[in-house]
Ligand binder design. Structure first.
Ligand code: TYD
Ligand code: MG
Length: 461
């Protein structure tokens, strides 16, 4: 009989201690230590995945090699048939990688994963669910339409049993919904606790690396939006994706937070429909679709998310302040940056904003931090203040400096092409950007400006 051993774990960062402590010395949080029972079996070395074979392999020490001698072999990536996911992953699933997908409850993580599992037609996919019954998954699959002949469902939470089935089935891709419901027999504490989450992830990591099978994990997130469980979970996996969006709106955004095999600035956009998630390959269209012409307080900014140009609607509402201190509120745009732009408008363009409440919103529930939106924000604010609409065919892309100068932005050509594609006729940019720009390539008129005043003059006369 193995000896019962307990340890205290910080539920915030995963640090451990032999006794209870009030304040975690590693992350500084209070009252986060919880006692968990860990019981190690003597026979199995710590890991359920091929525990018996691992003993021999770990003793083989690695030797240092000159970096130029190491041959780089790019493993072919697995294309998932889902263009959005492939892009976010940096060009497809990497064999042997561990991908974690986090998101609020009900956002559509299980739907996305089941959909991916069912579109990987040429591969054998195992979908392990600890959250739903076979019947529930089948019902969801019915909603999603076409069924995949090689997609297996396993409702099991014990990792030892899961690996037994994996051994028999030999799947090419494994999906786990969710990591917090799994439990390993090697650790005594309850499912979802720090030591369980860590142990189960470790076992899956080992399995993924040894067999070259990609594993997709669904993870719950906590109230403040980080993935539940220890931070170490995010360190262990190769890629962390966040599935987000307003539950009441139908758009969903898949964002990379960490990616060992690609850029973290990529973004995938989906729309939740009655029959599952639809890939949105031209996001500007849905972002701009609810635009009514000639309303004041609206400006279209040309921004970039990752490598993707996006035209978004910036909405501002400027009203006389009822209370002493005017309110400033911003949704989807940095509030400090908004305050700075308001100060620039006040000082450099002589607008009296000190007596007004200012509300700013990026339509479609997006959160953006591209400085190229500065000019659109300023234009929307002035449009609302003076109650003068901006013509619908105009869009803007430039950064605004502290002295009211219009600064250049990166990759203007992409922004211009996107705006042209969507039927815009005019774009306000910095005159620094306009230098050396071959205008004959675009069917859109460019309005170069050096100062904020020139833009406001052009827009509102
Ligand atoms: P789900 O994938 O269960 O969310 P999570 O796993 O992140 O908790 O998503 C469920 C929501 O999506 C639910 O509110 C219903 C909705 N939904 C649709 O609108 N259309 C569909 O085809 C499906 C399957 C779900
Ligand atoms: Mg789910």
């Amino acid at each position: 009989m193995a000896k019962l051993k307990t340890l205290y774990f910080c539920q915030n960062c995963g640090a451990q201690s032999a006794k209870w402590i009030g304040r975690c010395p590693s992350c500084g949080e209070w009252n986060t230590y919880v006692e968990e029972v860990i019981q190690k079996e003597e026979t199995t070395a710590n890991n359920a995945w091929k525990a018996s074979t691992s003993v021999g392999t770990t003793s083989k020490a690695a030797r240092p090699r000159v970096i130029s001698d190491i041959v780089f072999e790019e493993e072919p990536r697995i294309r998932t048939q889902d263009g959005e996911l492939d892009r976010v992953l940096g060009g497809g699933l990497v064999p042997g990688s561990l991908v974690l997908i986090g998101g609020e409850p009900g956002i559509g993580k299980s739907t996305l994963m089941l959909q991916i599992a069912m579109t990987l037609r040429q591969l054998k996919v195992l979908y392990v669910s600890g959250e739903e019954s076979e019947q529930q998954i089948k019902m969801r699959a019915e909603r999603l339409g076409e069924q995949h002949p090689n997609c297996y469902i396993l409702t099991e939470t014990n990792t030892q049993n899961i690996f037994k089935q994996i051994d028999q089935l030999q799947p090419n891709v494994v999906v786990v919904d969710s990591i917090q419901t799994l439990h390993s027999g090697l650790v005594e504490s309850g499912a979802g606790s720090v030591s369980q989450v860590r142990e189960c992830t470790q076992e899956l990591l080992k399995y993924a690396k040894e067999t070259g099978t990609p594993v997709l994990l669904i993870g719950h997130i906590t109230k403040d939006g980080s993935i539940a469980g220890p931070k170490i979970l995010e360190h262990m996996v190769d890629t962390v994706l966040q599935f987000e969006g307003d539950r009441h709106l139908s758009y969903r955004i898949l964002r990379t937070i960490k990616n060992r095999f690609g850029s973290t600035s990529e973004l995938g956009i989906y729309e939740m429909q009655g029959t599952g998630l639809r890939q949105v390959s031209n996001p500007s269209e849905i972002l701009l679709s609810q635009r009514t012409e000639s309303l004041s307080g609206m400006a279209i900014g040309a921004t970039l998310e990752g490598n993707r140009p996006l035209l978004v609607e910036v909405q501002a509402l400027v009203t006389p302040a009822t209370y002493g201190t005017p309110q400033r509120s911003s949704t989807g745009f940095d509030a400090k940056r908004l305050n700075m732009l308001l100060a620039v408008l006040e000082k450099r363009s002589g607008l009296r904003l000190g007596q007004h409440d200012v509300f700013l919103n990026i339509a479609g529930g997006l959160r953006l931090d591209d400085p190229a939106l500065d000019l659109a924000v300023c234009a929307a604010v002035v449009s609302s203040l003076n109650d003068l609409p901006i013509r619908g065919e105009i869009c803007l892309a430039a950064e605004v400096g502290l002295s009211g100068e219009i600064r250049a932005v990166s990759r203007l050509d992409q922004r211009l092409s996107e705006a042209e594609k969507l039927g815009f006729a005019e774009m306000y940019i910095s005159h620094f950007n306009a230098r050396g720009l071959d205008m004959s390539r675009y069917g859109i008129r460019v309005q170069p400006a050096g100062r904020l005043d020139e833009v406001l003059q052009g827009l509102f006369g």
